[in-house]
Design a protein around this ligand. Structure first.
Ligand SMILES: [Zn+2]
Ligand SMILES: [Zn+2]
Length: 461
């Protein structure tokens, strides 16, 4: 018998945390925070599983919806070992310490008293127990806590997506589980596409972020890059600059590499590329780990590209006076961030462009900007000032998630007995469920509910 329980939300892109129990041993996949919720509301409900002896916490990757509550989880399960890929073990302390600073800032600005949920000291004290693993071999998870529990065997598989991202393959006496994490079925600029296990998979736990996004599968990456280069060129030739709001981890590095490459190839004019913020720190980690991780271009080092730092006051300077490309966080234009402040400045001018390249939550300021059209007047927040929109606003699909056809072929190849759909809106999961039935694949599809245990009875039971 294999037991699967979403400890956080599972029917949206929320706080990923899944409890797996088999043969008397328990492990947790991921320990995230919900990106749309604040304070303790953003946490998975660890209280509900506090009596479980969690043997190990396996982290798929360092985006905060998978990593952000790890210090809290370790308070509940202080004896759990923490396992991730080598690259994630390098990234995780950097991300968590940054998160402490962000929580402290939100506490001061918005008065959320329970922030920070953990401190820099907590992160420093726990980081030394992070165990890093190669993605080309399996490793044992010995049972040490629960009496009579079985040992498991585990292996991380490169998941594409971002540096260090992995799918998790877990072999238990009751059957084998593969959790995709966030997975990317196509090559990006820096990170190559995902790999999947060849061994038997009884239970597939799959993300389905883009399950409702039909556009994602109709646009090839090559066509999208051409469209992007043409649009950048048009703005630059009018004397304007292009702002590309980007997540600090993953998107920033991919877009810097793409813009640099286009400039070298001459598909966009030879202009300065600017970046700033936390993304720069993470670019250094991309460089430091380049020789130890799979890369599209093993010799590429971001620090060797001619990329300039933005001035301290981002609302003035050469990047707005001379045509430039600006890649900066946050991806969704959260208030007070560099991309938010730059958008306020650029929106009223018709020679500038703001190009979105990733998913934007409908509740975020970036969504208001993305939905705006020339000639309208918008407020980026409810209390914000009215801004006339004159600049060019575009959206491009450079997703770091598999599109739904790519995910369907994972189900077809792995042939799991059960397919559990997580990390996507209901609409996305339901599309998959219907499509799997339409193709009459021999797998039982389950859309797990938050905090509802699912028992999967394997033949051996
Ligand atoms: Zn992710
Ligand atoms: Zn995610």
């Amino acid at each position: 018998m294999i037991s699967f329980t979403p400890v956080g939300t599972s029917r949206d892109v929320g706080d990923s945390a899944y409890l797996i129990q088999a043969d008397g041993t328990a492990v947790l996949f991921d320990a995230g925070v919900h990106p749309r919720h604040e304070g303790v509301d953003s946490l998975p409900n660890y209280d509900a599983i506090k009596d479980v002896e969690v043997e190990a916490i396996l982290i798929s990757h360092c985006h905060l919806d998978h990593l952000g509550s790890l210090p809290v989880a370790l308070r509940y399960f202080p004896h759990a070992r923490v396992m991730m890929t080598n690259a994630s073990a390098t990234l995780a302390p950097v991300l968590l310490e940054h998160t402490v600073r962000v929580m402290e800032r939100i506490r001061d600005e918005d008065g959320i008293a329970e922030y920070p949920l953990y401190t820099k000291t907590d992160v420093e004290a726990m980081s030394y127990v992070f165990q890093g693993f190669q993605t080309d071999r399996s490793f044992p998870i010995y049972n040490e806590l629960a009496e009579g529990g079985a040992d498991f065997q585990a292996r991380f598989y490169d998941a594409g997506h971002i540096l260090g991202a992995a799918g998790i393959y877990l072999e238990t006496p009751s059957g084998n589980i593969f959790y995709t994490g966030d997975t990317t079925g196509h090559d990006q600029e820096i990170i190559p596409k995902a790999e999947y296990p060849e061994g038997k998979v009884d239970v597939l736990v799959s993300e389905c972020t883009l399950g409702a996004d039909e556009m994602a599968e109709h646009r090839s990456r090559r066509e999208e890059k051409e469209r992007f280069a043409t649009a950048c060129t048009a703005v630059i030739e009018r004397g304007g600059s292009v702002l590309i709001p980007s997540f600090s981890l993953g998107r920033t590095q991919e877009m810097l590499a793409m813009a640099h490459d286009m400039r070298e190839l001459g598909t966009i004019p030879d202009v300065e590329i600017y970046t700033a913020g936390f993304g720069e720190v993470l670019s250094q980690v991309y460089d430091r780990t380049a020789s130890r991780t799979n890369r599209m271009a093993p010799d590429l080092r971001l620090r060797e590209l001619d990329i300039r730092p933005l001035p301290r006051d981002v609302t003035r300077g050469p990047h707005l006076k001379r045509p430039s490309i600006i890649v900066t966080s946050s991806g969704m234009m959260a208030e007070h961030t560099l991309s938010f402040r730059m958008a306020e400045k650029m929106l009223p001018y018709d020679h500038h462009g703001i190009f979105f390249v990733g998913y934007i939550d409908p509740a975020m300021p970036g969504h208001r900007v993305m939905s705006a059209r020339r000639g309208l007047i918008i407020r980026m927040t409810d209390a914000g000032r009215a801004i006339p929109v004159a600049c060019r606003i575009e959206r491009f699909h450079f997703s770091a998630h598999s599109n739904r056809q790519q995910l369907m072929s994972v189900v077809e190849d792995l042939k799991p007995r059960w397919t559990l759909l997580v990390h996507g809106e209901m609409e996305a999961a339901e599309w998959f469920q219907a499509e799997i039935r339409r193709r009459t694949l021999p797998t039982e599809v389950i859309i797990p509910e938050e905090q509802k245990e699912i028992l999967l009875s394997t033949q051996e039971d």
